[in-house]
Ligand binder design. Structure first.
Ligand code: GTP
Ligand code: IMP
Ligand code: MG
Length: 332
């Protein structure tokens, strides 16, 4: 499958980082490209080492993969460079000339706005105000920043050549469908469209280049920040079920609710999903922890998979059974 797009089906934090890291190793992916910004926190766990990535694609775990950040992304140079060093990927990472820049003033504007920080409950990473400046056409771009010079690239040019040459490409989304500025729970959403089509536009490939849209769900739903979460459980119940999580970027508690089929169906339509990944099966069904064998799932878990496939009409190709990249059942 030369070009796969990976996006989140609920409110982000579905485990896209883990899924992308697995795909990179399984398929020996040649190019991985990210859109979005530093509000995202993708967790990748490999050989018990945990990385919380805000800019670098999760596919960095495959050491031959070229890592790109598309022109629609917003980059905070300090976070980017720190992550380049932490992951040791200098030399195989490229940043598009036209990525726009988040500056300290954007972070202050985000945190000092009581509407953004308190009412919406943003991550406070300056992404909304930076996007606002981009729309006003006063934002600085990556090509204007000296410390980014060694990384500058023509990302759409590289990607489209890679696709023409039949190389394997993964396009890695951030956040989730219902945090979309267009399709989400406005105004309780992020500052961009988070769906597959918008992600392709952010990185500079056309819809006809995409072979597979892999939509990632968690086996239950979580949400950080304010806004509607259908079926939300009281915190006590979340803890009792073992669903309690804290945010990768902000450390805030994630609210939680059971898997919602109507929303999942809507996410399938909005993204044009061709396959699904469902993470955290081990949290719902602890006996299947760390397994890579479908037969190890209890009947109740297999029934849940059947129900998802029947109701959404899309195959569940990947099932997460733990945080490690290899804690996965691959049914492809
Ligand atoms: P955003 O880009 O911020 O939306 O994040 P994400 O989709 O990459 O997810 P994130 O890493 O923020 O959150 C997922 C959490 O679940 C992380 O702590 C992962 O390590 C963990 N995780 C992912 N898949 C599984 C799984 O199958 N089982 C278990 N137990 N943990 C998982
Ligand atoms: P912002 O993107 O920082 O402006 O935050 C807007 C909303 O999106 C808030 O509810 C955040 O909690 C949420 N959000 C932004 N990025 C993520 C993410 O990566 N995971 C989960 N929620 C996010
Ligand atoms: Mg996250």
């Amino acid at each position: 499958m030369p070009c796969s797009v990976v996006v989140g089906g609920f409110w982000g934090d579905e485990g896209k980082g883990k899924i992308v890291s697995y795909l990179a190793l399984r398929d020996k992916v040649d190019f991985a490209v990210r859109g979005g910004s530093i509000n995202a926190g993708h967790t990748v766990v490999i050989h018990e080492m945990k990385y919380s990535l805000r800019m670098i694609p999760g596919a960095f775990v495959y050491e031959k993969c070229r890592l790109l950040i598309g022109p629609g992304a917003n980059v905070f140079p300090k976070v980017f460079i720190e992550e380049v060093e932490k992951t040791g990927v200098r030399g195989r990472v490229g940043l598009d000339n036209q990525c726009s820049i988040i500056e300290d003033q954007h972070v202050s504007r985000d945190r000092e706005s009581s509407f953004l920080s308190k009412q919406i409950g943003t991550t406070g990473s300056g992404v909304g105000p930076a996007l606002e400046d981009r729309v006003k056409r006063v934002a600085r771009l990556a090509k204007d920043i000296d410390e980014l010079k060694p990384f500058l690239a023509d990302v759409p040019g590289e990607l489209n050549k890679a696709l023409d040459d039949g190389r394997k490409v993964v396009v890695e989304g951030t956040q989730g469908t219902f945090l979309s500025l267009f399709h989400g729970t406005y105004p309780y959403c992020t500052g961009r469209d988070t769906t597959a089509s918008a992600l392709c536009s952010e990185v500079g490939i056309g819809p006809t280049s995409v072979n597979n849209v892999l939509l990632v769900f968690k086996a239950y739903m979580t949400r950080v920040g304010a806004g509607y979460l259908p079926g939300e459980l009281p915190e006590k119940e979340v803890i009792k079920r073992g669903w309690a999580e804290t945010g990768t970027v902000t450390g805030r508690k994630r609210r939680a609710a059971p898997f919602n089929f109507d929303l999942a169906q809507r996410a399938v339509s909005l993204n044009g999903a061709t396959s699904l990944a469902v993470t955290k099966f081990d949290v719902l069904f602890p006996t299947c922890s760390h397994t890579d064998r479908y037969d190890d799932l209890p009947n109740e878990a297999k029934e849940f998979v059947d129900q998802i496939e029947r109701r959404l009409g899309v195959p569940v190709d990947l099932i997460g059974t733990g945080p490690e990249a290899t804690d996965i059942i691959d049914r492809r």
